[in-house]
Ligand binder design. Structure first.
Ligand code: MG
Ligand code: MG
Length: 267
């Protein structure tokens, strides 16, 4: 059942999303060669708690950490460890926070130093596909419209769209209805209405869309071990239009990226 949010609840959810946005912005300055994902995880946990929030993933379905840290061929759900990141790696950082009873949940894939041009393009296209999807999240459209838009855009670049993992409704639960696949057909699936809040999160592989699960029960990697990227935003429908609750503004400030792409999704 889809749980519709009031304007007041959406503003509380914006605060939860911004806890995550600020955390990703803080991490953007710390993500560099020689740093371990476990160290970054501890920084994030402290930073989330300083903002009066609780790490959203810690203990959720028994996940052991604050961040899902998925380097290179890991798609999502990687567990932080002591291995240092090295120049040329990419790292998907997925972060959740719980504040005022509502979850924020969003993700960014960072480059560690200089990376291959083809991998940088994968990151750029995946990030852009997120906004292509968000644009379709409006009253009257359906789940399939978002999925189709992301899939069509992504596959035109020759990349694989992961099927087994999807975006989701968001609220007092981390995962609410509806499921939000990054593939689909126009005009299919549940209809979007005012007050819906979802996490849209394309997971895009440089090679095959196929994945495999590791024996730790968490880590998902690409089947061909080629790199995978992941970007995620929290979005509400306000006045019939997509309203971004999370933001990459803090990440962009940390990385010196200048863009106005999010302006389209602010009222
Ligand atoms: Mg997430
Ligand atoms: Mg999510």
């Amino acid at each position: 059942m889809i749980k519709i949010k009031t304007r007041e609840e959406i503003e509380l959810m914006r605060e939860s999303a911004l806890v995550v946005s600020r955390t990703l912005g803080m991490l953007a300055k710390e993500v560099k060669p020689g740093v371990s994902t476990l160290y970054l995880d501890k920084l994030a946990e402290e930073f989330i708690r300083e903002q009066g929030a609780i790490p959203g993933f810690l203990g959720l379905y028994d996940f052991p950490n604050t961040l899902c840290m998925s380097p290179n061929s890991q798609v999502v759900h990687g567990i932080p460890n002591k291995k240092p990141l090295i120049e040329g790696d990419i790292i998907s950082i997925d972060c959740g926070a719980l504040k005022n009873g509502f979850y924020g949940d969003h993700a960014y894939t960072f480059a560690i130093g200089e990376i291959d041009l083809e991998v940088q393009k994968l990151l750029d296209v995946t990030k852009e596909s997120l906004y292509v999807g968000i644009r379709e999240f409006k009253a009257g459209n359906r789940v399939g419209d978002v999925g189709f838009a992301i899939q069509d855009f992504t596959e035109k670049h020759g990349y694989g769209v992961v099927r087994e993992l999807v975006g989701h409704g968001l609220g007092r639960e981390m995962h609410e209805d509806p499921e939000m696949p990054n593939y689909g057909k126009r005009g299919r699936g549940k209809k979007f209405v005012e007050g819906m809040v979802v996490a849209i999160e394309p997971m895009t592989n440089l090679g095959t869309h196929k994945i495999r699960q590791h024996s730790d029960g968490w880590t998902i990697t690409t089947f061909d071990n080629k790199p995978s990227a992941h970007f995620e935003h929290d979005v509400a429908i306000v006045n019939g239009k997509p309203e971004l609750l999370s933001t990459f503004k803090y990440v962009n400030e940390s990385l010196g990226i200048v863009t106005d792409i999010e302006d389209e999704f602010r009222q």
